[in-house]
Design a binder for this molecule. Structure first.
Ligand code: SF4
Length: 237
């Protein structure tokens, strides 16, 4: 076995072990789908750089203000959309992004029904979504994974941080690189539960400022822990 394939084999084994331990620790989330992929898309645009509570409130206010009518949102004065989504922050950027996305979907599809994505090859579905204004790989992957359980692995800040600390990726790897690594290492049917469990892990244990390494089931697999965590937790250098 040459060095490259040896490293690849070890990385593959590490990824499988991470998944197995996360499942033991946080359980196996069951895919439940989404109510409406267009709603999921708009909700995900609103969720950029804010928390779930604030983006949820903004989405609810948008639905209330426009009665769930995407035509009404598309043709509304920008100020009315900005007012509705204010709790999500960055409303000056998010409101025009939402309008531009609705305009593009309406122009290309004639309506706002994104269920056709379920039947497209995943790279074509991804290409359609990322062609929309302000929709990047993360947002597109969230819609494909959460609505259709399609094999697209979204990488948010939790997953980026954990992947870098574990050594699944390099320490400064960008989200799109990390996405490609996980997609290459894991079977497609694991993407949904793995994604959910990694988010749980980021929220509860591998937190940004102070990871709770002393409680972490992934210690033995974690490059960060081997590098700095052990002595930081035990006081032994
Ligand atoms: S050992 Fe620490 S740094 Fe590594 S994954 Fe666990 S909590 Fe994160």
């Amino acid at each position: 076995m040459d060095n490259d394939s040896g490293a690849e084999t070890r990385l593959h084994a590490k990824a499988q072990a991470v998944y197995a331990l996360l499942k033991q620790h946080y359980g196996v989330p069951v895919f439940s789908g989404c109510a409406d992929p267009m709603e999921e898309l708009i909700a995900t645009i609103l969720s950029a750089n804010t928390n779930d509570v604030n983006s949820g409130r903004a989405f609810d206010q948008l639905q209330t203000a426009f009665g769930g009518d995407w035509d009404a949102v598309r043709t509304a004065p920008l100020a009315a959309i900005q007012a509705a989504i204010r709790p999500a922050g960055m409303y000056n950027q998010k409101a025009p992004a939402i309008v531009a996305t609705l305009e593009r979907v309406k122009a290309t599809r004639g309506d706002y029904d994104l269920r056709f994505l379920a039947a497209l090859p995943v790279d074509e579905a991804m290409a359609f979504l990322t062609s929309l204004p302000g929709v990047g790989h993360k947002t597109a992957s969230i819609v494909l994974l959460f609505c259709f359980n399609r094999p697209a692995f979204p990488v948010d800040t939790h997953i980026q941080r954990i992947s870098q600390r574990l050594g699944i990726s390099r320490r400064r790897a960008a989200p799109d690189k990390i996405k490609a690594i996980w997609e290459g290492l894991m079977a497609p049917e694991t993407f949904y539960p793995l994604h959910i469990d990694l988010i749980q892990h980021g929220r509860r244990t591998c937190q940004a400022q102070t990871p709770r390494c002393e409680l972490c089931p992934l210690q033995a697999l974690c490059d960060h822990y081997q590098r700095v965590g052990e002595w930081a937790v035990t006081g032994e250098g």
